[in-house]
Write a protein that binds this ligand. Structure first.
Ligand code: NAI
Ligand code: PHE
Length: 353
């Protein structure tokens, strides 16, 4: 393949060619009409691990493109935190309108598909799936399922450990920009108040930060009523004046169009793949906006839970490991960026190659 096609794939086939992963399973499930796509990106450092996303994709192509990028990010996050695991991801297309029973039966069949991979891939929750869903997938997918509820022998939701990691990155950024980790008097904007966003919001409020928050789902407002939280419309969030912006919803929100609208000093990535394309990251740096790359800042859930469930870490140990590994990965990235004259995203990517 020539370089231009590798950097800017135009078709799904070209994207698969330039993906550089090991195995892509595209499975049709006739009883539900859904498609399950499992991407084993790398098993070089251990079994490929990554969440399962159930999302209302517009097309099978969109679902495949997403799983390729998400699986690559999983390999990068484990590598960046020096954790012995490979990276993968699974997405489900065409399952968001199923009845609860049809959805449950689909997840049970999906567990058999995971088991058929013989341990090359193990999953956990992501957008659209929960620890209860992991219990269901584990009916046939055990032991290759993380984050089951404690009654089912798992360590529970990954969101609290993810939020602890993202908080660490926010504190690190506050120190870099303002010379202090104190968050009193700081305004943090959160895009998305789902599992990770809510866990993070509570920790930021505990440290005295003020929050500006938006979520597409108006019901989410009921989960966080606090005098230091200001809710805005989702389309206003990115342009909100704040100290640090934390996208906690979907990927692809930072583009060459949205970056000029930002009114923040720093961005901490909680959502996976916040940049719509790699060319957008230098635009952020050119505006003088600091960045904690997403696959470093949000690695706490995957690393912490995998540490608990495969290495026997205690919950407290997982919290400490997550915080110290993320601080180290950020320091390594910024040092490399300075040395090579790169923006932090490009530096972080180059370090994981
Ligand atoms: P979630 O599905 O629980 O929450 C996402 C929230 O974002 C929902 O409340 C949704 O309504 C909202 N949302 C979607 N688009 C929006 C928009 N344009 N503006 C405002 N709100 C919007 O998902 P979860 O688990 O909290 O994950 C959030 C992000 O973090 C995802 O990108 C996920 O891949 C990433 N992530 C999650 C981890 C985890 O442990 N759950 C670990 C690492 C990354
Ligand atoms: N959603 C998690 C992530 O993107 C995936 C995950 C959670 C994987 C727990 C393994 C264990 O990082």
């Amino acid at each position: 393949m020539n370089d231009t096609r590798a950097m800017h794939p135009r078709t799904t086939g070209e994207a698969i060619e330039s993906w550089n992963g090991e195995q892509l399973e595209v499975i049709h499930d006739p009883p539900s009409g859904a498609w399950i796509i499992i991407a084993v990106h790398s098993t070089a450092a251990g079994p490929a691990r990554g969440g399962t996303r159930i999302f209302p994709y517009r097309s099978l192509d969109d679902a495949i493109l997403d799983v390729l990028a998400l699986s690559r990010a999983m390999t990068a996050k484990f590598r960046a935190l020096h954790f012995p695991s490979g990276g993968g991801k699974a997405v489900v297309f065409g399952a968001t309108d199923l009845s609860p029973d049809a959805r449950k039966q689909l997840l049970i069949r999906y567990g058999s598909m995971i088991a058929a991979l013989g341990g090359r891939f193990a999953t956990g929750p992501d957008i659209g799936t929960s620890p209860e869903d992991m219990n269901t997938i584990a009916v046939h997918g055990a032991p290759y399922v993380f984050c089951r509820t404690p009654e089912h022998g798992g360590a529970g939701d990954s969101a609290p450990l993810t939020a602890i990691g993202v908080l660490t990155a926010v504190l690190d950024m506050s120190q870099r920009i303002f010379g202090s980790e104190a968050l009193h008097g700081r305004t943090i904007a959160l895009q998305g108040l789902g599992s990770v966003g809510l866990q993070l919001a509570q920790r930021l409020l505990d440290r005295g930060a003020s929050l500006v928050v938006a979520d597409l789902d108006p019901q989410r407002q009921q989960t966080l009523a606090h005098p230091d939280v200001c809710w805005v419309e989702p389309e206003q969030l990115l342009a909100t004046t704040c100290d640090i912006l934390v996208p906690c919803a979907v990927g692809g929100v930072l583009t060459k169009t949205t970056i000029p609208q930002l009114r923040c000093r720093g961005v901490v990535g909680a959502a996976n793949n916040i940049f719509a394309d790699p060319g957008a990251a230098p635009c952020l740096a050119a505006r003088g906006i600091s960045l904690a790359p997403d696959f470093l800042a949000n690695a706490g859930g995957a690393v912490g839970i995998t540490g608990i469930e495969t290495l026997g870490w205690t919950a407290k140990q997982a919290e400490k490991e997550v915080a110290s590994r993320i601080r180290r990965a950020l320091a390594e990235t910024y040092a490399y960026a300075t040395k090579r004259g790169l923006d932090p995203q490009s530096a972080a990517l180059e370090l994981q190659m």
